[in-house]
Structure formats: C-alpha cells, structure tokens
Design a protein around this ligand. Structure first.
Ligand SMILES: C[S@@+](CC[C@H](N)C(=O)[O-])C[C@H]1O[C@@H](n2cnc3c(N)ncnc32)[C@H](O)[C@@H]1O
Length: 241
C-alpha cells in the first residue's frame, strides 16, 4: 500500500462498533497475550496494548506497519512484517483478525494453512476471533459509485472525493476498486478481491484445523446470524486443548 493510501485508510476506518466488540471480547481474558494478524495501520492493535494486553501485530504490508509505528504507543507493541508463517508456537492466549482480514486470504490452501498456523500459535484453549462478511447479505451490492460516494478530509486538510465500484463477482470472490480523486485531478486507486465464505464453510475449515466454534454472531451487538443489517459472521473459536 502507498503511504498516502495508509493515511486515507485511517480516515475511512476510524474506531467503530467492530473495534468495541473485539476489545471487549479480547478483554474476557485479562492481560492476555494477543496476536493481531493483519493488524494494518494498528488502530485496534494499539488500543489492545493500551488496555493492558501484551500485543503482537503482524502484517505483510510495510506501508501499513510504518503508519502504525508512527502512532503514539507503538513502542508497547511487537510489530512483525509477515503472515501467519512467522508465528511462534503456543505463544498467544487470543488471536484476532479484524476488518475482514480473513476474506483477504482468498485461496483455500492459504486459508487452511493460516488456520493451522493460528492453531499452533495459540496456547491450548486459546481463542481465535475474526469477522467475515456473510455472503447471504450481499453487501457488495452497495459498493457502487452512487451508494458509495463519500468525501474524506485528510489530516493535512486535503479533501478527497471517493467512491467504490465492483469489477467482478465470481465463484465466491468479489473484486472492487476504491477511487480517490485528489484536488487538482490526480486519482489514487486501491483494488482488492475478497472471498465471501458461507457460515458452513467457515465452520468446516475451523473444525478441520482443530478449533471448536463457541459462537458466531451476525452483528456487532451480538445478534444471531441473519438478524442484523451488519451482515457479518463474527466467529469466536477455541483451539483444542
Ligand atoms: C482491511 S485491512 C484491516 C487492517 C486492520 N486489521 C484493521 O482493523 O484496520 C486488511 C489487512 O490484512 C492484511 N493481510 C492481507 N493478507 C494477509 C495475510 N495473508 N496475512 C495477514 N495479513 C494479511 C493486509 O495487509 C491489510 O493490512
């Protein structure tokens, strides 16, 4: 990610109800050793450390980690550039993947490997908590230039016009482009592809990796699946003891 996109990401994704959920859920284990896999620019990672947890943030994207490192409190977190392959064994009480990191791990073999790595990185009985959008909610249908148009004010005062368009929906994968029009006419683009896994698929992959699913919520106020406009599958699973 370009450094300017990391700045835009932080403006687009301020603290939200999802962060409240993850902070409270991790807090069920006080003073936990926490892994934030796909920590990005560190919004939640830093809050977890400030709450008294011992936190490791892991992400493959250098620009995101640099943005995280520049924030107050960054010295309380261990930051690692990489993916789940770098994780030590039985080192964490809780692992989180937030803001749909799980959906960025698209290939089934990568997802299987990531869950296996997480299972080994968690202490026996440790918890894995992550969000994945429910394909049944078809959230991508709102990612069109009309519904998604928004105006962002960056910290330096620059005002950016933004919109999102879906470029392909196929075989459980949704590809999209975020457009950011800068004053003067330059445009930044950020494209991505997310895998939308149905609940049954998530449950099967977790069981195969040695996790027991404790609960799956459909929204940030802990609604049942399908009962919230959030359209989420928010998973809490426990590593086999
Ligand atoms: C939407 S951002 C979420 C960042 C952060 N968790 C948050 O809540 O703001 C997705 C992040 O997942 C990271 N990511 C992509 N593939 C990954 C993988 N295989 N393992 C770990 N992180 C990955 C990206 O680099 C990016 O920082």
């Amino acid at each position: 990610m370009d450094g300017r996109l990391a700045t835009i990401y932080d403006v687009e994704c301020p603290w939200g109800r999802d962060d409240d959920f993850f902070l409270a859920t991790v807090g069920e284990t006080p003073a936990a050793r926490v892994l934030d896999l796909g920590c990005g620019t560190g919004r939640l990672t830093l809050a977890l450390a400030a709450a008294g947890h011992t936190v490791t943030g892991v992400d493959p994207d250098r620009a995101s980690l640099d943005a995280a490192l520049a924030k107050p409190g960054a010295d309380r977190v261990t930051w690692i550039e990489g993916t789940s392959g770098v994780l030590p064994r039985a080192a964490y009480d809780v692992a989180v993947l937030t803001s749909h990191v799980a959906q960025e791990i698209r290939a089934e073999e990568d997802w299987t490997r990531t869950l296996g790595d997480l299972r080994r990185a968690l202490a026996p009985g440790g918890r894995l908590v992550f969000d994945s959008r429910d394909p049944a909610a078809r959230r991508w249908e709102r990612w069109n230039p009309c519904d998604s148009r928004r105006r962002l004010a960056l910290p330096d005062g620059t005002v950016v016009d933004a919109w999102t368009e879906v470029t392909e929906v196929r075989d459980g994968l949704v590809s999209f482009v975020h457009h950011y029009l800068l004053p003067g006419g330059d445009e930044l683009r950020s494209s991505g592809t997310l895998r939308f896994r149905p609940e049954a698929e998530l449950r099967a992959a977790l069981a195969a990796a040695g996790f027991t699913v404790e609960r799956i919520h459909g929204g940030w106020h802990r609604e049942p699946v399908g009962a919230s406009d959030d359209g989420e599958l928010i998973v809490t699973a426990r590593a086999a003891g």
